[in-house]
Structure formats: structure tokens, C-alpha cells
Design a protein around this ligand. Sequence first.
Ligand SMILES: Cc1ncc(C[n+]2csc(CCOP(=O)(O)OP(=O)(O)O)c2C)c(N)n1
Ligand SMILES: [Mg+2]
Length: 546
Amino acid sequence: MSQSVIEHVLSRLRETGINCVFGVAGDFAFPIDDAVTANRQMRWIGSCNELNAAYAADGYARIHGVAALCTTYGVGELSAINGIAGAYAENVPIFHLVGMPASGVQAAHRLVHHTLGSGEFDLFHKMAEPVVCARAIMTPENCAAETERLIAAALYHRRPVYAGFPTDYATSPIVGTAQPLPEPVSDPNALEAAVNAVVARIDGARTACIVPGNLLSRLGLNAQATNLVKASNLPFATMFMDKSVLEESLPNYIGMYDGKLMNEEVRAFVEGSDLVLGIGAQLTDFNAGGFTARIDRSKSVNILHHSVRVGQAVYDKIEMKDILIALADKVTRRDLKVTKAPGLGKPVGSRNEKITVEYLYPRWEAMLREGDTLITDTGTSSMGMAFANMPKGSTFHNQTLWGSIGWATPAAFGAALAAPDRRTVLITGEGSHQLTAQEISQFPRFGLKPLIFVLNNDGYLIERLLAKNGDSYYNDLAQWNYHKLPDALGCEGWLTARVTTCGELDDIIRKAESSPTGAYIEVVTDRYAASRLAEKLHESIGSLYA
Ligand SMILES: Cc1ncc(C[n+]2csc(CCOP(=O)(O)OP(=O)(O)O)c2C)c(N)n1
Ligand SMILES: [Mg+2]
């Protein structure tokens, strides 16, 4: 018997590397939910709400490469749309499967639940259009071809796609077949021309450096880019949203580049280089130190996903993977004459003192272990941790461009699920955490034992620093007993604490390191204890809002 529409889609997603579907169930989505749970190679990962499910899928895909999300019509998909938009902005491919009312219900414009009562059924997938790179409403007749189109689009653009499933169509047998679409290949002539142009630029440069972008991680090309670094022995500097995309433990890593705001030596080196070789890096506001970065376009090359820019010239039809491999083969190896990034240094503070920035961030850096997955939310703590040196094999994740607070808590769950053998560390501000805190309940459901830090600085500190009047009460929060949440949310037996002094923080980190359970630590600091980058943004960001 032929497969049903949804069975076919799931089996093709399985072949694309997807083995679980995040989401929240709903009656219009039951055919999808039933098919996922009936499929022995798929797992259903239920979340507390659809926004959290989208963030969890995003975190999962950042580690695993791709993810799937399933929500119900209207109420579910619209709750997820912020998470989908973030995935779009940050090149995270998520297959969003949406259950819809049956085709006959739609055709008859019936007044059913989860609609606006207007008899219109095409509103919500139209709303999704700007935040997905392809969308389709699946029917038995179009399913085979549309599935291939959606998969190819998601992988080509590394962005979300939307598939709507009217309930009756979802379970109908699929009609016809379709072949997977071919993967893009580089044009050999364009590739050769671009390789020669880039090699000539590198060879002609007295000083050069690499600025790698997070697309490398999204495309799983970290190893190829590392080979290029090793073959050329060029130094590299990284911007905020790209942090740890290449191993910071390499001797070539000179530190974080953040325009004029931080690390003056790194800025001078990057901006003073005869050549800056970007690999998909983007000069967004928070990457480029509030637009204080100055990289002369004529002195830079940027290797993009499907093209290469050399100065003002653009070479099309070139896949990033191909040119990275070709360049590693052809570049001349140089002597490395740079100083490695120093990191944050030693924690400063004595045991009975309250926790200061000078103690907290170096102590967090010292806690990081090889292979850790560190997820940080928008706010002052991610800006502090961006300058920590990451140990070998550990990765740093942050939603720097989209910057939707609350992302990190569910994303940490998704990331932990994608790499259960690694330690997942979540560092979030308490304001961000309040948006999605209930998602910590998923960790024990799936046997995961994260290490969670909630920085309680009595409000939205980054906003206090950026607002006209920091003490405006719109930056205040309801005070929660954060460390009591795990117990209420099903994380029974976890190590939990609220720490206010350096000694308490040090002790609990040591305890957490050997704890066989998850750990949840509320770290209390002063209201204005801000990491250095946050302070600097405060001093210089005015131009962004003018
Ligand atoms: C969904 C969403 N709502 C509002 C904002 C605006 N915003 C940016 S940072 C921030 C406060 C973060 O506070 P917290 O997590 O406590 O971190 P802190 O800066 O205090 O360390 C807010 C409200 C946002 N980025 N995303
Ligand atoms: Mg805060």
C-alpha cells in the first residue's frame, strides 16, 4: 500500500537526518502527531508551548543541523512564528509542519475553531511567508514534488520552511513520485577563477586574517574551515554571533573582534590587515560593536554560501564547501606571529564579598570544560561570556541577530537533546528566563542533566544601560524565587541554590561539577553589575537609536 501524505513527508525528513519532531499537539495536527508517534524512527518532543517548541527546535538544529516542529492551526503556528523568524534570521533550517482543517471545511468556509470566524483559511500560511524560504499546502497530488522542493530549499538557504497539512489530505495515500532535487554544485570555471583570485589576494597581503562566520556551523563545514586555517596558518578573530565556530583553543585564535568597543589589539590587527578573509561573517550591529567596525571592502574577501566576493568583484555559482577545500590545498603556509587571545583572567574577589563582575565572568570561564555546549541569552551575561576563551570542542551559542529574550532556555533543552553526551550549560538573565522558564521541565523528562545559571540582577540590566533613565520601572521585574522553580517544575532532586557571595558561587560550581543531577543556580548580583561590553554599549550605542 502506498504511504500517506504525512508518512511520506516523515520518511523523507528521516532521510534528511531528522529523527524527532518538537511541538504541541492539537486536533488539526493529530494526523501529524499520530504519524510521528507511529514511526519507530521518530520521537515526539512535546513542549509547554509552541514558542518554546520553536526555540527548542532551533537549539537542536544548531547542533544537529536540521530540526522539525509541528504545531496546530492558527493558535499554535502563530505562537511559534517568533521562533521561526529567529531561525530564518540566523540560518537555522526548521521544517515547520502545521495541521490545518480538512479540505472540505476550508472549501465550504465553515466557521471552525482556531479561525478568525471569517471563513478564510489562507491567512496564517501567508503570515509565515516572510519568515520561511519556501512553503506549501500539501495535497496527495503535490506531496511528492513539494516535499522535495521544501527539503531542497531548507538545505539550500539554511532557513525554515512551512508545510500545511489539511487533516484529510494528511492521511490520504500519496499520488505519484518525485526524485530528490540535485544538490547545488560549483561551476568549475567560476571556482577556479575565484580560488586564483583569493589565493592571489592572500599571497599579495603582507598581513592577513580570517573572520569566520556561523554559517560554517550551520553547514557543518567547521572542519574544512579549520583545515584552511591550519594550511595557511593565518590568524583568525571572531565576532559575537560567530563565537566558537572555529576552535578557540587553536593557536591562530587572536580573540573577539568587536569594532572599537572591545579588544583594541584585535581591532587594530583586523582593521590594519592588508586582507580580511571573511567566511560568511556579517557586520550586524552587535557583531560589529554597534557599527564601530571598519573593514575596507576593497581589502576584504567574503566567502558566502553560494558565491564569493573578492573586493568589489562577485563570483557566483560557488559552493562554500568547494572553495574552502580548494583554498586549503593551494594556500601558502605562513609563520604565525600573533598573540593568542588572553581570556578573562583570574576571578577577583574574596569569599565573603558579594559577587562582582570581576569575579563572576572569570569564574564562569574557569568552569567551562572541553566539549561543553554553552547557551546564552540576550542580555549582559552573554556579552560577558563572549570574551571567555572556550575550551577545546566546546561551543558557544547565542541568538545575536534576532535577539528574542527567552530563546536560550528552550534552546538549551533542544541543544542538550541533540548532544546528550555533552554537558549543556545555560547562562541566562532572569528577565529573559521569565519568558520561557517552564521549559526546564523538559530536561528531566528526557533524562538530561544541564547546568543552569540564572543571573538575577533585579531587572533588565541591558535595558537599564541603554534606556534614557535606567531606573524607569519598565525595566523592573516581579521577583521570583528562581531556585525553587526546578522542584515545582518536575526537576526533582536537582542541585539548586541561590548564591550571593563569591565563596558561595565557587562552592556551588564545584558541587555542580560532580553532581549526578541537573543543577540550577540563581546568581545574585547588584542591579548595575554589568559586563564590560554591556558598559561599552551603554557608552557608545546612541548612534544606533538616533
Ligand atoms: C522577546 C523580546 N522582548 C523584549 C526584548 C527587549 N529586551 C532586550 S534585552 C532585555 C532584558 C534582558 O534582561 P535579563 O535577561 O534580565 O538580562 P540582563 O541584561 O539583566 O543581564 C529585554 C527586555 C527582546 N529582546 N526580546
Ligand atoms: Mg536581569
